[in-house]
Design a protein. Structure first.
Length: 386
């Protein structure tokens, strides 16, 4: 027993206890961060800090939910040290799920700022990254009518997979890839319903920002961004509204399964890429006079669905290959895996090679279910085509 007591006393001395604890009341929870261009020698960092007492007091106003603190510095670490002087609690990055770069800063380059999030232990690798049209701080200052604060709006939009979603880890991989190309979703502002309250509006995701060498070089429209998502196999929850041949009205489909496969080929020195897309969908609205429960009419809708998907992808490829010459659709990764020696020979000149790749499309589109009804609702049987 004496030996056991002696061993327990030795083990107790090795326990650190709670000597380094930080109470929750001493922590400032950052919900979002915005980084804007300030000068050639500095940036402006703004953090959105959650105010916990607003919940206990039952105050539902946006002003009581968060506060904004801003400071300038030569980099994020320098600006953060100055922001800490303006916050009476220890700034904690562990709950920050949204990082927004201002458009002007993005055009000057983002590579050096990504290092801070990768090196520090607190920032989440799964936090989302964005580029804001205009200054990023304006996004944090918004007072959305539905959510508690603007960062929550932006995060939920990305969680819904309705557009491009890029995390901190994703951006690090893009900048470290062979192509040195990247893309981030763009954030814009809705027009406020009342002119006297310009901040009471919502941010929303609109298109994408394209990067080469860490610097933003262009923006993509929503249509081109959808084509990029199809190519990257990142498309989710899309709704396709198509015009059937020789028919009045439109048919809307909601794909339930989507899969894109990239098959690289090098034949007689010619670089080619086979893009195979398989999509299955359900009809969610029929604005035509067709009875889409008939096999031959389903075939018409499936053909239009294939043509619409291919047109979206071709539209994106034309902009990326001919106008921008930047590979944000992972062609380089596929050729590097299939033809490592050949890719190594052209790696330094990949942008030119990418612009000359011949792309072949094979789209397989199937409609599984026409919905709860067969004939178009609202039409008399005499007007429905058999």
């Amino acid at each position: 027993m004496k030996r056991l007591a002696f061993l327990l006393s030795l083990c107790a001395g090795l326990l650190g206890g709670c000597w380094d604890r930080v109470e929750i009341n001493d922590i400032a929870l950052v919900t979002a961060a915005a980084i804007d261009w300030s000068s050639p020698d500095g940036i402006e960092l703004s953090i959105q800090v959650f105010i916990p007492r607003s919940l206990s007091e039952g105050n539902e106003t946006r002003e009581a939910m968060t506060l904004i603190r801003t400071a300038k510095g030569v980099n994020i670490a320098d600006a953060m040290s100055k922001v800490q002087l303006k916050v009476p609690r220890k700034v904690f990055w562990g709950h920050c799920k949204v990082y927004i770069y201002g458009e002007e800063l993005a055009r000057h380059g983002l590579k050096e700022y990504v290092d801070y999030y990768a090196r520090q232990p607190e920032p989440r690798n799964r936090a989302y990254m964005y580029v804001s049209k205009g200054t990023a701080r304006e996004i944090l200052e918004m007072m959305p009518p539905l959510e508690r604060y603007s960062a929550e709006v932006v995060r939920k939009l990305s969680d819904m997979d309705i557009g491009m979603a890029v995390t901190v880890l994703d951006l690090q991989k893009m900048f470290a890839a062979h192509t040195d190309a990247a893309a981030l979703p763009m954030i814009d502002r809705m027009k406020p319903p009342k002119k006297q309250r310009p901040q009471q509006t919502n941010p929303y995701v609109s298109g994408a920002a394209v990067f080469r060498g860490g610097k933003m070089i262009a923006t993509l429209s929503d249509r081109a961004t959808k084509g990029v998502l199809w190519l990257r196999d990142d498309i989710a929850n899309p709704t396709l509204t198509i015009k059937l041949k020789q028919e009045q009205g439109f048919v809307s489909l909601s794909p339930i399964r989507e899969k894109t496969t990239l098959v690289p080929k090098i034949e007689n020195g010619k670089w080619k890429m086979l893009v195979k897309i398989d999509a299955e969908g359900d009809i969610v609205q029929n604005g035509t006079s067709l009875n889409l429960n008939q096999p031959h009419q389903i075939a018409i809708a499936e053909e239009s669905m294939r043509e619409d998907i291919e047109a979206r992808v071709r539209f994106a490829l034309k902009e990326l290959q001919e106008e921008l010459q930047v590979d944000i659709v992972n062609f380089a990764r596929q050729f590097h895996r299939a033809y490592p020696k050949e890719f190594a020979a052209v790696r330094a000149n990949w942008n030119q090679v990418f612009s000359e790749i011949e792309v072949e499309m094979k789209v397989n589109a199937s409609i599984r279910r026409p919905g709860l009804i067969a004939v178009p609702a609202g039409l008399p049987p005499s007007e429905v085509k058999p």
